[in-house]
Design a protein around this ligand. Structure first.
Ligand SMILES: Cc1cc2nc3c(=O)[nH]c(=O)nc-3n(C[C@H](O)[C@H](O)[C@H](O)COP(=O)(O)OP(=O)(O)OC[C@H]3O[C@@H](n4cnc5c(N)ncnc54)[C@H](O)[C@@H]3O)c2cc1C
Length: 390
């Protein structure tokens, strides 16, 4: 797309976010919920189906447009960004792997935002190692019976449907579970450090009878195919979301350091203040370039796109963590007060280093991709032996 059209597109996202999201960012944080009117507006604007292919009724956005939308929404509110991201994490895999019946029944309403979806992998005893899930799905005639608990589920308090990972005989398997299914109990989780509008919940499944047609993809391929697509989409959206919060940190820091005077001058004149600004600018630029690079690879369906998305999420979230801490530092005592948004950015930033794969899990994955590439190019004796053993 031409640069000028891209800029127009980003300006439209920015207008939406500054009009319909930013004014409510503090309220979302304080009340730990997102007003229904914001979710409705996101749906009306087509942003809840923006990343879904047009053949499935979605907006069919290219990866850069999709990323820029995430950036602008997160710049206004990381909590509201979570709605757009998680809804896509559940909906994109349904569009990719759902049966025709599932797509016909659910996708149109999910794409329009009439229904909101959540993505449920984590359990009280299972986090980073999703292959160890304990929630079970046992076949029973034309149904599966689900038992188990999911925890820390974004939008859990609000979602109409959950994409749930449960263990069958064949291995982890994905199911679509309607909120009003008998045996589903939603228990709100409150008091989070950051991203407090996520409307988190713990979800219990107690002998929940799920129609077999709600199985998404094939039994046993839930993690490797269905949820891995959702996590990859989530990492990409989150990486761009981090650039949006980085924008917000920099905007606030530039403004404040111009206004605030100490030692007879605006604090922007102090070189150690300039150092923090310079680091923030550079981190923001590097994160934006990594996100753009990953987006271009995604649009070309390049095999390295998944690895580069992990690199972008890793870098952007760690960079944001450091930049948000500096933003608070630059504001001094004011930065610790709820009168200034930078304390919210710092709390939100910590969450962004944990979700969609923690920093440590990204590091492990990135190193694995690097060795995989080397082993393919130059098989070593140990990698050849591993290949034989497999
Ligand atoms: C605000 C919020 C929203 C969330 N939303 C969702 C959601 O919508 N759906 C969902 O399914 N889950 C959600 N989660 C859960 C999130 O995905 C998990 O928190 C995350 O995967 C990490 O799992 P854990 O918290 O159990 O940490 P653990 O896996 O127990 O890890 C604890 C620590 O050990 C480290 N660690 C673990 N394994 C290794 C290793 N092999 N090597 C090195 N270090 C390691 C981790 O990096 C971390 O620092 C959410 C969490 C939060 C906080």
């Amino acid at each position: 797309m031409e640069t000028s059209k891209r800029k127009d597109q980003e300006r439209a996202f920015e207008r939406f976010a500054s009009t319909h999201v930013a004014p409510y960012a503090d309220q979302c944080d304080r009340e730990e919920r997102i007003p229904a009117s914001i979710i409705e507006r996101l749906g009306d604007a087509g942003y809840l189906g923006f990343g879904i292919p047009t053949k499935c009724g979605g907006g069919g956005a290219d990866s850069i447009a999709y990323g820029l939308l995430h950036r602008q929404i997160a710049r206004a509110s990381a909590s509201v960004h979570g709605v757009v991201n998680v809804h896509h994490m559940a909906t994109v895999p349904i569009a990719r792997w759902g049966s025709r019946a599932i797509k016909e029944t659910w996708l149109p309403r999910l794409v329009r935002g009439d229904l909101v979806a959540a993505f449920a992998t984590t359990e009280p005893e299972v986090g980073s190692d999703a292959s160890a899930i304990q929630t079970t799905a046992k076949p029973d005639g034309d149904r599966f019976i689900l038992n188990g608990t999911k925890k820390w589920i974004t939008l859990g308090q609000r979602a109409d449907v959950f994409l749930v990972l449960a263990r069958c005989e064949e291995g982890p398997t994905a199911f679509l579970v309607e909120r009003n299914t008998p045996g589903v109990e939603v228990i709100p989780i409150r008091g989070l450090l950051g991203c407090r509008g996520y409307m988190l919940a713990e979800i219990h499944f107690d002998d929940c009878r799920i129609p077999s047609e709600n199985l998404v993809g094939r039994a046993g391929l839930g993690l490797t195919h269905v949820f891995s697509v959702g996590l990859d989409v989530g990492r990409y959206g989150l990486a761009w979301g981090c650039t949006g919060v980085l924008d917000a940190c920099l905007d606030a820091s530039l403004q404040y350091t111009r206004r605030r005077h100490q030692f007879g001058v605006a604090i922007r004149e102090h070189q150690l203040v300039q150092q923090m600004i310079a680091r923030m600018v550079t981190k923001r630029r590097a994160a934006e370039l990594l996100c753009t690079h990953a987006g271009e690879l995604r649009d070309r369906r390049d095999p390295s796109a998944i690895a580069e998305t992990a690199v972008a999420k890793y870098y952007a979230s760690v960079a944001l963590g450091a930049a948000a801490a500096d933003a608070v530092q630059l504001h001094g005592a004011s930065g610790c007060s709820s009168d200034q948004p930078v304390q919210r950015y710092m709390r939100d930033a910590k969450i962004m280093e944990i979700i969609e794969g923690t920093t440590q899990i990204q590091e492990i994955a990135i190193a694995r991709y690097a060795y995989r590439d080397l082993d393919r190019a130059e098989p070593s004796s140990s990698s050849a032996a591993r290949g034989q053993a497999a």
